[in-house]
Design a protein around this ligand. Sequence first.
Ligand code: PLP
Length: 392
Amino acid sequence: MNSTELMQLDSSCVMQTYGRFPVAIDHGQGATLYSPEGKTYIDFASGIGVNCLGYGNKAWLEAVTTQAKKLAHISNLYYSEPYIRLAQQLTGRTGMKRVFFANGGGEANEGMIKLCRKYSYDKYGTGRSTIITLRDSFHGRTITTLTATGQDVFHQYFFPFTEGFQYAVADDIESVKALDDGTVCAVMVELVQGEGGVLPLSPEFVSSLQALCQEKDWLLAVDEVQTGVGRTGKLFCFQNYGILPDVVSFAKGIGGGLPLAGIMAGEKTQMVLTPGTHATTFGGNPICCAGGLAVLEQLNEEFLSSVREKGNYLREKIASMPGVTGVRGMGMMLGIGLAEGLQCGDIVKKLLEEGLLCLTAGHNTIRLLPPLSISQEEMDQGLAILQRVLAG
Ligand SMILES: *Cc1c(COP(=O)(O)O)cnc(C)c1O
């Protein structure tokens, strides 16, 4: 089917929940994508931070196809090697203690929220279930993670929302302390707010938050769904801040393109979720975990330092482009601030016409999440398009 046929068929039989761009993608190689008609696009979006190794990565393909031939699924009633080895890698490389595997970010955050509340219930009983999150955060689309999301636009239509969430202001530790009414069990944050506008938390705020959590025995829960798996130049973003959270969620990049997610628990939270308290049919799927192992194998120290270098390169080039007021972010998670009068939505549409896929985020921001494996040549091609479009 060609692009027009695909769009027509979609409009007749698919729920119209997405504001899609008028573009269909047929296949990809490296960080370059191809429409059914053969139009090429440089990818600065990675399918929203998922395709961290780009498209057609040999080792990933080999791992996934080999596993597909051996065993596609077995359920969590039995042991299998891929999820165990992946958990070993994740804990060994982070200092976290145990992993639970899920399938997507919102679902992983649900598990993290359950863990936080049960930790507190086990230790203190009822009445201590409030979770503090931040304004401008994004934590998912389930009813509970929508409630956790600290943006009012997400709190519509689906009433009643889950009780027990309070919102503080990023980088304002007093606003967190002001919510201490004796019912708090955890604080949940993204270290770089993604959907909210690529807004990194200040190191001072994060270390005050960690100290406050320790003092109050609140769990520090970090949503690394977008920032994790090499995106910010370390395997996990908390490693940039020199902290060890009590619980961390991850998703997007981990499967290298397959649906895989999870939570990692630290020393004092590792035994909270006991048999029967949490489960999912697909969690730890062997093919997805084989993909995850191939991803982690490639994300070694040398690769991660190349992510930091590429991020700095992109940042420097973009900072001097017309209409750019600043570039925020960390590693290869970048947000471009635009001068007044420029609309990020309009610009992303023009970029698309010129052959560059980018994302938007809150605060009129163009968001870039290129494949971490993107080549110098592809970066330069993408930058040339960006320069041209911003110059008008
Ligand atoms: C994307 C995202 C989610 C939701 O993940 P899904 O896989 O879409 O459920 C949650 N938190 C953050 C920080 C995200 O970026």
